[in-house]
Design a binder for this molecule. Sequence first.
Ligand SMILES: NC(=O)c1ccc[n+]([C@@H]2O[C@H](COP(=O)([O-])OP(=O)(O)OC[C@H]3O[C@@H](n4cnc5c(N)ncnc54)[C@H](O)[C@@H]3O)[C@@H](O)[C@H]2O)c1
Ligand SMILES: N[C@H](CO)Cc1c[nH]c[nH+]1
Ligand SMILES: [Zn+2]
Length: 423
Amino acid sequence: MNVRTVADLAPEERAALFDRDAGVEAVRDDVADIVSSVAEEGDVALRRFAEEFDHVSVGNIDITDAAERAYEEIDDPVREAIEDAAANIRAFHERQVPEDWRADFEGRELGRRFRPLDSAGVYAPGGTAAYPSSALMGVIPAKVAGVEHVAVATPPADEVNPVTLAAIHAAGADAVYQVGGAQAIAALAYGTETVTATDIVVGPGNRWVTAAKAEVRGDVAIDFLAGPSEIMVVADGDADPGLVAADLVAQAEHDENASVVAVTDDEGLAEAVAAAVDEQAAGREREAVIRGALEHDASGVFLARSMSEAVLFAEEYAAEHLSIQADDDEALLERIPSAGSVFLGPYSPVAAGDYAAGTNHVLPTGGSARVTGGLSVDTFVRSTTVQRLTEDSLGDISETITTLAEAEGLEAHAESVRKRFED
Ligand SMILES: NC(=O)c1ccc[n+]([C@@H]2O[C@H](COP(=O)([O-])OP(=O)(O)OC[C@H]3O[C@@H](n4cnc5c(N)ncnc54)[C@H](O)[C@@H]3O)[C@@H](O)[C@H]2O)c1
Ligand SMILES: N[C@H](CO)Cc1c[nH]c[nH+]1
Ligand SMILES: [Zn+2]
């Protein structure tokens, strides 16, 4: 990897870094066709796309029973790891459950009520790697929120990955379908003969999955765009280049469309990270994928003139994962509001959050961390405001209401208040 200087970036380089939705946008038209085919043809389209994109002739689309069997049959250490990770994820998400409240506002009783959505569709990816961890991350918050029906879609195969199936079962899913890619998102959004449509479609995936979520967004709720993985490491001169590189290479192995970035004010560290990345990538099982991600327009090692410039760069990037490897990490973090999930210090590798720290790894990509955080219990809950006024407390604000209602030309609104005070 070459080291580039932040101050010398050309406008097109900055655009590639900060408006990095080209990969998803490039497949939007193809995905629109897939989505409309599923909406029109249902299961027939799901089977056809499974042949075309997954090279599988699908028997039963509904494989809920197979998930239960896989849970029983997988090796004990893997089942235990699933349960350990699930327990940590559950504990963190249980802290997020919002409580109904009512309070007195000068005689007006006002409050908020939280109720779970009725159903949720979770996508658990599984194209070039298996993602049992994403099944846990999607299903557990929905179940903790109290969603009654949680369905999972995961790509089809002659034998769907048994660890993914076991994790789906352990997380408490109610239905499991073998369908992948854009067609899975369409099936969960619109329903087919076999797949029940859900109120919200959530979960991560490659650019086809992500483009499909953008496509269905007008018709069904989605969480946010959780596309190919990203990491931004902000490091000072004391950071360990080998650890910085290890986290970059780890996220690079997800997808050739992944984006991995480090920024520092220390030239020696920048050069050492770039060299360590090349060294650590060599000979990996997924080296070709890693090299693809390292060459991505939105990847690179960057030298800033100061840590202030590094911080501004990280904020503008708004990465899915932000790792801060610096002495004053908390102070730097204060200056970077936009990030999906944050990893502080040398013992917080992104892989900890990916699997078992307990935080959620379904996180916004493509800069959407500027406006949203990751998957949480809130994703699966609707909030409703509640009010009860008394004769006195309505009287206190009646003049305000009627004045504003008349100013809006909505005279019946004003009348509906005055009527309460007629003899
Ligand atoms: N942002 C997050 O929170 C997060 C979390 C976990 C994983 N991820 C990302 O999820 C992705 C997983 O990708 P994956 O590919 O391994 O699995 P995937 O399940 O997302 O995609 C596999 C599906 O893609 C479809 N597909 C493949 N090639 C296609 C083509 N040419 N045309 C149309 N459809 C096609 C197929 O239907 C296949 O079933 C990675 O990009 C990873 O970085 C993101
Ligand atoms: N890093 C991914 C989110 O971008 C999550 C993941 C799953 N498995 C390993 N990693
Ligand atoms: Zn990962």
